[in-house]
Design a protein around this ligand. Sequence first.
Ligand SMILES: Nc1ncnc2c1ncn2[C@@H]1O[C@H](COP(=O)(O)OP(=O)(O)O)[C@@H](O)[C@H]1O
Ligand SMILES: [Mg+2]
Length: 222
Amino acid sequence: MDKIVEISKLGKAYTQGHEQLIVLDGLDFSIARGEFVSIVGHSGSGKSTFLNIIGLLDDTYSGEIKLFGSRLEDLSEAEKAVLRLKNIGFVFQFDSLLPEFTVLENIEMPARLLGGNVPGPGLELLKRFGLEAIADKFPMEISGGEKQRAAMLRALRNGPALLIADEPTGNLDRHNSGIILDDLRRAAGLGTAVLMVTHNEEAAGRADRMLRMAGGRLVLPA
Ligand SMILES: Nc1ncnc2c1ncn2[C@@H]1O[C@H](COP(=O)(O)OP(=O)(O)O)[C@@H](O)[C@H]1O
Ligand SMILES: [Mg+2]
């Protein structure tokens, strides 16, 4: 299998006053291209901490991380910034569409950040996910479920190898959660590795593989 993330013995502690809070403790993990993996775990178990490290938003950890074949410690800050923009997409519980831009313009935003501004792939993505009807609407004109789907397509805009989703259904009802889970499955089918964390066991069960965050490690669910 073509592993795009390989992590061994990951450790992370926060200092709270005089106390050290150990959140990740010798965690091992890998994910392959096109795989849809979910992580469940109770609130405070370290799920977001883990995603922030993989997503290159936090570099204070111990252990080894290989992303897309490179060891993170061998990369400069500039290289990591490009890697993040090109190869990693993020979706969070609350969508963050910019209200003064249309859905399509929001989806095209990551391409502008990379310096290019070729319109097209965003519309292609909207069509592929059956959302072309909302391309020219503004965020306030669409539903919560549609906003979350648009935020997901924005995360896919630059064709990332890895899509990181932190509680992507946390703010949605059951129907819309199902649609987002179908979308994530479709994204994996297009070759993106999808890593979703959630405290919802039912949502997590929709992935190819489900892991549990417990004691600072990822274990197979009992
Ligand atoms: N910046 C921080 N400083 C100190 N403690 C933190 C920080 N971020 C998270 N924590 C603590 O680390 C633990 C794990 O948090 P988090 O990764 O957000 O868990 P989850 O996403 O599973 O709910 C929690 O006990 C939280 O209070
Ligand atoms: Mg969290």
